[in-house]
Design a protein around this ligand. Structure first.
Ligand code: NAD
Ligand code: DAU
Length: 348
């Protein structure tokens, strides 16, 4: 039995991952989530009474709480999703990104280091309990941006451009450093853009579907020719699962499905799928420091660990659009509170 601490498990990817792990393995999953605007327990309704599942509302920066969770639940692995995740918000107000993404990750990994060490008296001991692992869910944004050619490899120099990606890069490097300096068993995954059910509608795909449904304008930044490399969230979850079980200690793995699309292509596809006119498109002021193109080279995880994605983009995006249309109640709930204030401020 593994006792896995999943942080940020009430968010988009975390909730998909919690459900994937409970459905696939007989492990105990302890989900620690602060329930910020992005965390939603409705995402976990199907598993809330699962005997192997525990939810704890709390902050990864709360060292006392995190330590008590390690002790009480005898945590053997951590998968750290908890983060502030939206680039535009990091441009409006960077501080919380540093607090959560950098200091939060450090508080969490300190707890792992203290609780997993075989000889706690020896500060610099590199001996840890057997089979423990800290898996940091990082992002391809740590690599910065690409021109028309080339791909991000795990060895590509890190050059983050937004406060969000700079904070994720710092977290990624702290986790790496705890392996180099203290010998803590870690893996880092760097995935490209996810899409699928339960994504907060501040992000491109659910935002465009929601606006389309309401016949509101679709705000496309700049010329709409920025390229993202899309992966279905369920494929991201199987990628993390693969690294969790088979990843070589200390290694970084890119996760991506070779699915590059320009933003405007995605917007037009959503309009077509929902039978709406392209007149709804509105080109708006570009995002400052906007990364032009992301593309993941997934050779390492596919060849060394045998992972591959299962969704084609065509299948995944149609299912995703249908999910948001069928789950109007979920969309109405998450957009009913502070979201509208954010939307008005952001897109005014
Ligand atoms: P999300 O914003 O949907 O969810 C983040 C979750 O973290 C929320 O449930 C929130 O309540 C929780 N959280 C925030 N601060 C916390 C704190 N201090 N303590 C505990 N919980 C806290 O994000 P997401 O899109 O699901 O992304 C999850 C992770 O994956 C992030 O680390 C992100 O950087 C990374 N990632 C995301 C993508 C993507 O396309 N969405 C791609 C690659 C990597
Ligand atoms: O690449 C992985 C990253 O993908 C993750 O680390 C982030 O957590 C995640 O938010 C995502 O970042 P992006 O900035 O790429 O995602 P977003 O959905 O915000 O935007 C996707 C593209 O669409 C980007 O080029 C900006 C553009 N866009 C976005 C919004 C919200 C628009 O043109 N209009 C919009 O209204």
């Amino acid at each position: 039995m593994k006792n896995i601490l999943v942080t940020g498990g009430a968010g988009f990817i975390g909730s998909n991952f919690v459900k994937h792990m409970l459905a696939t393995y007989n492990y105990k999953i302890i989900n620690l989530d602060l329930l910020t605007y992005a965390g939603n327990l409705e995402n976990l309704k199907e598993v809330q009474d699962h005997p192997n599942y525990t939810f704890i509302k709390g902050d990864i920066r709360d060292r006392k709480l995190v330590n008590s969770i390690f002790e009480e639940y005898k945590i053997t692995q951590v998968v750290n999703f908890a983060a502030e995740s939206h680039v535009d918000r990091s441009i409006e107000d960077p501080e919380i990104f540093l607090l959560t993404n950098v200091l939060g990750t450090q508080a969490l990994i300190d707890a792992a280091k203290a609780n997993w060490k075989v000889d706690p008296e020896n500060k610099y001991s590199k001996e840890y309990k057997k089979d423990v692992k800290f898996l940091q869910v990082s992002t391809d944004e740590v690599y910065g941006t690409l021109d028309a050619t080339g791909m991000f490899k795990e060895t590509t120099p890190l050059a983050p451009n937004s406060p969000y990606s700079a904070s994720k890069t710092s977290a990624d490097l702290i986790v790496r450093a705890y392996n180099e300096t203290f010998g803590l068993p870690i893996n880092i995954t760097r995935c490209s853009n996810n899409y699928g059910p339960y994504q907060f509608p501040e992000k491109l795909i659910p935002l465009m579907i929601n606006n389309c449904k309401k016949n509101s304008k679709l705000p496309v930044y700049g010329d709409g020719m920025q390229i993202r490399d899309w992966l279905h969230v369920k494929d991201h979850c199987t990628g993390i699962d693969t690294v969790f079980h088979k990843g070589k200690i200390g290694e970084v793995y890119n996760i991506g499905g070779n699915n590059e699309k320009a933003n405007i292509e995605i917007v037009k596809l959503i309009l077509k799928e929902l039978g709406k006119s392209e007149e709804l498109i509105k080109y708006v002021k570009d995002r400052p420091g906007h990364d032009r193109r992301y593309a993941i080279d997934n050779t390492k995880i596919t060849t060394e660990l045998g992972w591959s994605p299962s969704y084609t983009f065509e299948q995944g995006i149609r299912e995703t659009i249908k999910w948001y249309i069928d789950n109007e109640h979920w969309m109405n709930n998450v957009t009913s509170g502070d979201y509208m204030k954010y939307y008005e401020q952001m897109y005014k």
